[in-house]
Design a protein around this ligand. Structure first.
Ligand code: FES
Length: 422
């Protein structure tokens, strides 16, 4: 925990928490336009500027992406802060003079005149990137992104042609603070003429929220009961509501499955559970090593980061995997001793290994997560196939399991190469 001062109040915050999160927790208002709690902070509108004073030196930073790391003094409404926010409001007003949310913000900040020139009265887009981040991080469609640079920068579909990956979810419109983006209606208009009969898949099916449904309303969703039910069911846009579940949905990478929402080190996954974490072997480890028998330290025992904490045995082969973080074992999966095959059958679910009280939850930030974890996992899968072909001539995972296929020397090479001790 780090102690900081915000507007004269002493506050405790976990290292890594952003200044904006701290301010919201203690009800200090800070204006934002490009921030959404479910998206990676982008820091483009600069409206959340605050003054940070450390060792007698003061500077303006953006609160939405400034992590608390040490004792600092933060002023959220000092003169330099308010001056900076007023200039930014003027600039935004010059860019998008007709946008209500910007007009209101400028009024709130006391901006009465504007010294900057307006180039395009009809422009509504402030390039906050909320729509593109939503499409990439929440929906996973990547139907829109930024194109061009400098003053011609804009949000567009790839090559400015109708996107094939847009699912008309409307999450980008929902996230847009100025009403600039209209992707949902454009795509539905296109489907109305291009899709026929049983290809008229419901947009919620395209979003992965329902299994199968053909649209009987010609994509006039405002007439649809399913659309109404979806709106009634969640307080937020359905795509945002299911994000935590989607983050835990396994994705296929060749013969293996992977969950980007967990944290990883050395093919052990870590799932935060408030002050505790749950650990398990990922699908790569469970398929390569197998699990006829598992040995784990008992509850109450310490495990140390980088040292062996689980022994997995398959026939006459065995391997030890290293702990991704240090801590005290709180609980073991009670089903594993009499059914170790759960690790292979359901590595991210019923095959979990243990619950740990970590020495420091901050250690999670040192593990791989999200895109980085997925890139690492994919690279290890490719490296493994290359290795396997070189050693055995096999093109994919052997049907009767890897441990039985490799001789002792190959097994040791494989363990040293893919599950090294730190
Ligand atoms: Fe922080 Fe936009 S909200 S820069």
């Amino acid at each position: 925990m780090v102690t900081l001062t915000m507007d004269g109040k002493k506050v405790e915050a976990e290292a890594g928490t952003t200044l904006l999160e701290v301010a919201r927790r203690i009800s200090i208002p800070i204006p934002t336009l490009c921030y959404h709690p479910d998206l990676t902070p982008y820091g483009s509108c600069r409206l959340c500027a605050v003054e940070v004073i450390h060792n007698g030196e003061s500077r303006l930073v953006t609160a939405c992406n400034f992590p608390v790391r040490q004792e600092i003094d933060v002023k959220t409404h000092s003169k330099p802060v308010l001056r900076a926010r007023r200039v930014l409001a003027e600039l935004l007003l010059a860019r998008c003079p007709g946008v209500k949310v910007i007009q209101d913000l400028a009024t709130e900040l006391g901006v009465k005149t504007n010294r900057f020139v307006t180039r395009d009265e009809s422009n509504d887009c402030i390039l906050c990137g909320l729509c593109t981040r939503t499409c990439h991080e929440i929906v996973g469609a990547d139907a829109i992104s930024f194109t061009e640079r400098g003053i011609t920068r804009q949000v567009n579909t790839p090559f400015r042609i109708d996107s094939d990956t847009c699912v008309a979810c409307g999450a980008c419109e929902y996230a847009c603070p100025t009403g600039a983006i209209k992707m949902e209606l454009e795509t539905m208009r296109k489907w109305r003429t291009s899709e026929a009969g049983t290809l008229r898949y419901c947009r919620y099916m395209r979003m992965g929220l329902i299994d199968f449904m053909v649209c009987a309303n010609g994509y006039q969703c405002w007439r649809c009961e399913v659309d109404q039910a979806m709106e009634d069911r969640f307080d937020v846009h359905p795509a945002f509501a299911v994000k935590p579940a989607l983050a835990k949905r396994p994705i296929a990478i060749d013969d293996f499955t992977f969950i980007p929402g967990f944290h990883y080190r050395g093919h052990i996954w870590v799932e935060p559970l408030h002050a505790l974490v749950r650990l398990g072997a990922d699908d790569f480890a469970s398929k390569l090593i197998g699990a006829d028998d598992i040995q784990l330290p008992p509850p109450g025992e310490r495990i140390d980061s980088g040292l062996p904490f689980v022994r997995m045995t398959s026939g006459d082969k065995e391997a030890e995997l290293s702990a991704p973080m240090g801590g005290t074992v709180v609980r073991l999966n009670p089903d594993i001793p009499h059914n170790p095959s759960l690790i292979e059958m359901d590595p991210y679910g019923r095959g979990w290994l243990m619950v740990l009280k970590p020495d420091d939850l901050e250690l999670l930030s040192g593990l791989l997560h999200g895109k980085w974890a997925k890139d690492w996992f994919s690279a290890d899968v490719r490296r493994f196939y290359h290795w396997l072909k070189g050693e055995t001539g096999e093109e994919g995972l052997p049907a009767n399991g890897l441990p039985g296929t490799l001789d002792k020397t190959q097994w040791e090479k494989m363990i040293n190469s893919f599950f090294p001790m730190k």
